[in-house]
Design a protein around this ligand. Structure first.
Ligand code: ADP
Ligand code: MG
Length: 246
């Protein structure tokens, strides 16, 4: 099987004022791959993820999505491509005044011109996929954090993204709810979704990632299989990081 590059990052740098957050990053995400991006707090993981869909504008370098250079596009063109990149944040950001199915239908109705029936049917399918079929008519406030995050994942999937970007999706959850969200993500990975996941859940990285990328000091310091990364970290930086968290 030939590997198809979905995201190609070329010499990406990102500077905030005098803070060189991303210094020179080149990396490729292939179709169907699950990348877990790990590293200490402040390493630039969120900034990197936000540069992948241009929520943060790179200071230099290029990000290609399916061969198209995102850094060369107008805002309108970018909006269209962003639809193909679902994003899930630490905070679920559901619309509190809309019930669950309305939350999921909103973007397909507005942006994709789906019919109401179509959007509802798809929303119900996605709710079943994340194990929340019985919650369609509830409002976000009546759901637990883990349930809300599963809705946020369903909402992102409603746009038929080709890639899913996750930024610490379980970090805001009570411990007992982490597993149910990771399970949904694992199912998605097994269905072949291309995913970039910033996470501190090393168990998830070990069992689901195809590659672990370790980011520190503005660089991706290591790119390895989970097995190699966790058993034989090459850099002192990664050895220190793992010693602290494992
Ligand atoms: P991580 O997600 O690995 O914890 P971040 O990407 O959030 O790291 O942050 C990396 C660095 O970039 C930090 O020093 C942070 O203060 C800085 N930073 C992130 N976003 C901004 C911003 N919008 N403006 C200024 N500095 C920022
Ligand atoms: Mg972050």
């Amino acid at each position: 099987m030939t590997k198809k590059a979905v995201i190609e990052v070329e010499h990406l740098t990102k500077t905030f004022g005098k803070n060189d957050v991303l210094k020179d990053i080149s990396a490729t995400v292939n179709e169907g791959q699950v990348i877990c991006l790990v590293g200490p707090s402040g390493a630039g993981k969120s900034t990197f993820l936000r540069c992948l869909n241009m929520l943060d504008q790179p200071s230099a370098g290029h990000v290609l999505f399916e061969g198209t250079d995102l850094t060369a596009l107008s805002e309108d063109q970018l909006d269209q491509l962003r639809e193909k990149m679902g994003m899930v944040f630490q905070q679920f950001n559901l619309f509190p005044h809309m019930n669950i199915i309305e939350n999921i239908k909103l973007a397909p109705l507005k942006v994709k011109n789906s019919s109401d029936d179509e959007a509802t049917a798809k929303g119900k399918r996605l709710l079943a996929q994340v194990g929340l079929s019985d919650k369609a008519q509830e409002f976000p406030a009546s759901l637990s954090g883990g349930q809300q995050q599963r809705v946020a994942i369903a909402r992102a999937l409603a746009m038929n993204p080709e890639v899913m970007l996750f930024d610490e999706p379980t970090s805001a959850l009570d411990p007992e709810m982490v597993g149910e969200v990771l399970k949904v993500m694992q199912d998605l990975a097994h269905k072949g979704m291309t995913m970039v996941v910033v996470t501190h859940e090393m168990g998830f990285a070990k069992s689901v990632a195809d590659e672990v990328w370790f980011m520190a000091d503005g660089y991706i310091q290591e790119q390895a299989s989970p097995r190699d990364f966790f058993e034989r970290p090459q850099t002192e930086r990664a050895q220190d990081f793992l010693a602290k968290i494992l």
